[in-house]
Design a protein around this ligand. Structure first.
Ligand code: AKG
Length: 305
């Protein structure tokens, strides 16, 4: 049900048409697939997990100044109990996380102008943390944008259609930590907000997906492969031809860690029904307005001190 696709068939040019056909079936049915052969170095992935472990081991007092609720640009520490991904139940997720966005200097004109989602990152004082995270961010951002080249081909769009929409994207790298828990929910049922998500897990079970008309099923773990899923923004962009599918994380029996990369388009990209997808079901919206509306529904305000 969730196929494993080897990126080398497309990127290496050995079977582009076959890859695109398999990709289209996955995107149009469950919106989930596993991506192997992606070329992101295992040493880099291991480094991200190690740095995330070091961050989550810090005391709550050390992490508090980085709280995402103090940050208008969706960056920083997501404390346990501050986020609810299930907008219907409002049940708080039993997880903590740390978000990193596109890394711009404080004197970047877009930052100075206060453009949406153009903030500076916040960092813990851990040696190597920033460099490791940014190296991974760049590698997976490049992979995610390249993946849109395959979407283009599958959707019959002109080559290069998507690249200008992802020139400085609102992409977010999020490392996640789920402590062992007997009840509650690790991450509530939700679909992702952006274009595409590339996820790595440490192999501890918990991630499930709920295909339309079906029941919850476990997402298989293939070591080294990304779990890739279509987000709501790309579903809207494709006029519902591609599908974003609800998923959740059950409370794990033992500590679980994952690394999510949410690729959203540029803030000023216009999300309007793509050519060839029929009569538009939704009005056009900018990438920034779409993401802001989705994030605003997700956070509980920080308690006053
Ligand atoms: C999310 O953060 O949107 C997730 O679905 C996380 C999935 C995971 O941790 O396996």
């Amino acid at each position: 049900m969730i196929p494993v696709l080897d990126w080398q068939r497309f990127a290496g040019g050995t079977d582009r048409a076959g890859f695109v056909g398999d990709l289209g079936r996955a995107c149009r049915h469950t919106g989930f697939f596993l991506l192997s052969g992606h070329g992101v170095a295992q040493a880099l992935i291991d480094g991200v997990f190690a740095q995330a472990d070091a961050f989550f081991a810090l005391s709550p007092e050390a992490k508090a100044p980085l709280d995402i609720r103090r940050n208008p640009h969706n960056r920083g520490w997501v404390a346990t109990g501050s986020e609810s991904l299930d907008e219907t139940s409002g049940q708080m997720d039993r997880k903590e996380a740390f978000n990193i966005g596109l890394d711009l200097p404080a004197d970047d004109p877009r930052v100075l102008a206060g453009e949406p989602f153009r903030g500076v990152n916040v960092w813990p004082g851990l040696p190597g943390f920033r460099d490791t995270m940014l190296a991974y961010y760049d590698a997976v951002r490049a992979l995610g944008v390249a993946l849109h080249g395959a979407f283009e081909q599958e959707l019959g769009l002109e080559p290069g259609f998507f690249a200008p929409q992802f020139s400085a994207p609102m992409a977010t790298l999020r490392v996640l930590h789920y402590p062992p828990a007997a009840g509650g929910i690790g991450a509530g049922a939700h679909s992702d907000y952006g274009s595409v998500t590339l996820l790595l897990t440490d192999g501890v079970a918990g991630l499930q997906v709920k295909p339309r008309g079906g029941d919850w099923v476990d997402v298989p773990h293939v070591p080294g492969a990304f779990v890739v899923n279509i987000g709501d923004c790309l579903m809207r962009w494709t006029n519902d031809i591609y599908i974003s599918t609800p998923h959740r994380v059950l409370p794990p029996q033992r500590q679980r860690r994952s690394i999510a990369f949410f690729l959203d388009p540029d803030p000023d990209s216009v999300i309007a029904a793509l050519p060839g997808t029929g009569a538009a079901k939704y009005p056009p919206i900018t990438g920034a307005d779409y993401l802001r509306a989705r994030l605003d529904a997700t956070y509980r305000p920080e308690p006053s001190a």
